[in-house]
Design a protein around this ligand. Structure first.
Ligand code: F6P
Length: 522
């Protein structure tokens, strides 16, 4: 038996014992539980004491991390080795948020100077747009920015803007991802082309949805400004030549690199729209928060390492206790898009059924993630969390000091966050209730992540925490967290179906698909 197999067997044994006890009982049995299962990292207070593991189980999980060579994998990640083997690339998003003077290397090639010069171009651009020095074709300053992109070119920027935008921004941002023309139509409604910048973000600059929307937005600009409207086009891409061929002025194309994965790209020029809307200094603070988490992840021993601990808690539930779903509930309206962001980060990264070398994955991999802001979720899916037949672990996020509004309402919000975690774990025995409908089984795990305030640094650290958590899970499962071949088949078939819907010859399809195509052509 290999060390790995032995460590997985130890996890299964620990989990069998965990099934026979209740989380709450562990607090009496382990007087230092709270202290030992709390962590502080880069401004985040993480409480993992309401997880179903005992302190001995945590040691078993750390044994798994060691047996799976997490430290070695972490060193290879930071060294810029080709950790994404199927695409032949490193994954070096940490280089994007390192301070000036760093020396990251992607597969041996120095990258930090290029990162710095892109950041400096971004800063200049932001300042020029925000000051009005860079104005539209008719001389008016830009008042709105339409950000077009999808997946990693959308979810992160959308989340950043929601999380950090001022109540009355000088430049309003609108986001368009879907090829459904309704989204672009809504985004453009009420905007004046004279004052609107269109930022197209696509790593490949080949994505159907993004190019369709970019073409429509360019047509919208040209309809009122003529060819001069192209001066309002900006692009962010790892294929800058394609962006220029599309008509974006060369000095308005911002590059990034193939070693930046789409879902890890918010730290690159993919965040340009947010940097324009928030001011570059705010964006720089976001980078510094992400960097603080990198330093924690890179240097903290496994036992005190927040991304490692969070990954181990999730894997204990996912693999030890067979829980294939996790909920994420930020008690912060400004983080309401966090679950949507995590869906791509976790499920596109770790939704894999073969190992990095192509063998069948020996253990179940990524859990499905869903969620919404608290308290809203309490009035939607929390019924199932409390009394459904499946146990769904929850990540609860809370911010102590609200960013705006009535402090009394903020206190109510926090009370709900704490109470829900308590209710999930403690439950209410049937003996205390008049009927079975009112009983709560309890023993439902949660992690609690508390932030003092939602400032750019803490928010950056939060995103980086989950990025590294996903990486550690991928190492434990032996999969490549940085490719996404699973999105390709649907893209290819959509191109084929589109050709048929547009009048091309009928292809070979299963009867159900053929009937749908025929129905839509009729
Ligand atoms: O959804 C698949 C995907 O390839 C993601 O990985 C990526 O973030 C998204 O499409 C957008 O790709 P691009 O930035 O190249 O337009």
């Amino acid at each position: 038996m290999t060390n790995r197999d032995a460590a997985w067997a130890a996890l299964n044994k620990a989990a069998s014992a965990a099934r026979e006890r209740r989380i709450q009982g562990l607090f009496a049995a382990e007087p230092d539980r709270l202290a030992r299962l709390g962590l502080n990292a880069a401004g985040l207070e993480i409480d993992l004491s309401k997880q179903p593991w005992s302190l001995a189980d945590v040691e078993v999980m750390l044994g798994l991390a060691r047996a799976c060579d997490v430290e070695d994998a972490r060193a290879r990640l930071f060294a810029g080795e080709v950790v994404n083997a199927s695409e032949g690339r490193p994954a070096l998003h940490m280089a994007l948020r390192a301070p000036d003077g760093a020396d990251f290397r992607a597969d041996g090639q120095p990258v930090s100077r290029e990162v710095e010069s892109t950041r400096s171009a971004m800063r200049d651009f932001c300042e020029a747009v925000r000051s009005g020095a860079k104005a539209g074709a008719t001389g008016k300053p830009f008042r709105a920015l339409v950000h077009i992109g999808i997946g990693g070119s959308d979810l992160g920027p959308r989340l950043i803007w929601e999380a950090l935008k001022p109540l009355a921004p000088t430049i309003e941002l609108r986001f368009v991802a879907n090829v459904d023309p309704a989204e672009l139509a809504q985004a453009l409604t009420g905007l004046d082309p004279d004052e609107t910048m269109v930022v197209t973000v696509s790593k490949t600059f080949t994505t159907q949805e993004t190019l369709t929307n970019a073409e429509a937005a360019r047509a919208w600009l040209r309809a009122s400004l003529g060819e001069a409207g192209d001066a309002h086009l900006v692009a962010v891409s790892a294929a800058p030549d394609k962006a220029q061929a599309f008509g974006v002025p060369a000095d308005q194309v911002f590059g990034f690199w193939d070693w930046v994965g789409g879902r890890y790209s918010i730290w690159s020029a993919v965040g340009l729209s947010c940097a324009v809307g928030l001011g570059y200094d705010v964006f720089a603070r976001l980078l510094s928060g992400g960097h603080a988490m990198d330093e924690h992840f890179r240097t903290a021993p496994l036992a005190d390492n927040a991304p490692v601990r969070l990954a181990l808690a999730h894997v204990f539930n996912r693999n030890g206790l067979g829980r294939p779903i996790r909920a994420v509930v930020p008690y912060a309206q400004r983080l309401r898009l966090f679950a949507a962001f995590l869906q791509q980060l976790e499920m596109e990264s770790n939704g894999k059924r073969v190992t990095a070398s192509g063998a069948p994955a020996p253990h179940p991999t990524a859990a499905s993630v869903f969620g919404d802001a608290g308290t809203n979720g309490q009035h939607a899916f929390f019924q199932l969390l409390h009394q459904g037949t499946d146990v769904i672990p929850v990540d609860i996020l809370a911010v102590r000091e609200g960013s705006e509004g009535d402090p009394a309402a903020q206190t109510k919000l926090l009370a709900n966050a704490i109470a829900q975690a308590e209710a999930l774990m403690v439950g209410r025995p049937a003996a205390e209730t008049p009927d079975a409908q009112r009983a709560f089984p309890g023993d439902r795990p949660s992690s609690f992540i508390l932030m003092e305030r939602l400032d750019p640094e803490t928010f950056g650290a939060l995103i980086a925490l989950y990025e590294h958590k996903v990486f550690v899970e991928g190492v434990l499962w032996g999969i490549n967290s940085f490719d996404q071949w699973g999105v390709e088949l649907g893209k290819a078939l959509a191109a084929q179906v589109l050709a048929e819907l547009e009048g091309g010859p009928a292809g070979a399809h299963d009867p159900s698909t053929a009937a749908l195509i025929a129905r839509l052509k009729s």
